[in-house]
Design a protein around this ligand. Structure first.
Ligand code: FE
Ligand code: FE
Length: 261
């Protein structure tokens, strides 16, 4: 399938996705177990990898192409600018434009040597049954958790209605960045960052059994954000010269400090 075919077919057309995307999800769905996700979260909880500003992280990501993305092969700096521009043009509140700009900065995990299966791709709950609303769900048959009786059933190890923050999600850039930016952004921004890759829930409406009141209240923001993340994807790089100074100024107002990563 060519880039143009995929354009016509719409975004996130995983049907006929490039082989590297299929391979990525095979590996991701096999390796992301409850135990692995908890170990990764524990390993990065201390945020002791590096000190850098959000601006520096944004520039570093210029190098990185996301292997799980069937839509574009641009670097992450261009993706950040496209997403932020989509939010700005839609007259989104400033905090949401900022969120759009920084939402994928957690992908710096790749620059710390983490494999892509532990950083990018759609996220999903662990500790309960895998569901067919998750993209390439058929590959979960290779995940050892699919044979673990404790993790069977819609809520598995969780109390119904426990709230997503109590759920161990597959580990990746969402939760990691949410930790890095803890306490620095409005709660809505924090929530969007933490769950923006949870397509099975925000786009396909699955896993409602695990939602609490707060999830029901905040998930609409994730859906609003998701349109900027997804539909701004275009094969041509944005005009950086015109955009970078404005976005640098935005970042310096909201996140001026050196952050612990
Ligand atoms: Fe992302
Ligand atoms: Fe993104």
């Amino acid at each position: 399938m060519t880039g143009t075919d995929r354009e016509t077919a719409g975004h996130r057309s995983f049907e006929g996705a490039p082989a590297h995307v299929v391979e990525f999800y095979k590996e991701n769905h096999r390796e992301q177990t409850f135990a692995v996700a908890r170990a990764k979260a524990a390993r990065f909880r201390g945020l002791g990898e590096r000190k850098m500003s959000a601006w520096d992280a944004l520039l570093e990501l210029d190098e990185l192409v996301d292997e799980s993305d069937p839509d574009i092969e641009l670097g992450q700096l261009d993706h950040a600018l496209q997403t932020a521009e989509a939010a700005r043009v839609a007259a989104a509140p400033e905090w949401l434009v900022l969120t759009a700009l920084v939402h994928d900065l957690g992908k710096v995990l790749c620059l710390f040597g983490e494999p892509q299966w532990a950083v990018v791709g759609d996220t999903f709950p662990l500790g309960c049954a895998f569901r067919e609303e998750v993209v390439f769900h058929e590959h979960f048959s290779e995940n050892p958790d699919s044979r673990e009786p404790r993790y069977a059933g819609a809520t598995g190890v969780y109390e119904p209605g426990c709230g997503l923050d109590a759920v161990t999600m597959s580990w990746g850039h969402d939760e990691y960045l949410a930790r890095v930016l803890e306490g620095r952004l409005p709660p809505e921004a924090h929530y969007v960052i933490r769950y923006h890759s949870f397509y099975a829930a925000h786009t396909h409406g699955a896993y409602q059994e695990l939602f609490d009141e707060r999830d029901r209240e905040l998930m609409p923001w994730v859906r609003r954000f998701q349109a900027f993340d997804l539909y701004s994807k275009a094969p041509d790089a944005p005009e950086r010269g015109a955009l970078l100074p404005n976005y640098r100024e935005l970042l310096e107002r909201w996140l001026p400090d050196q952050l612990d990563w």
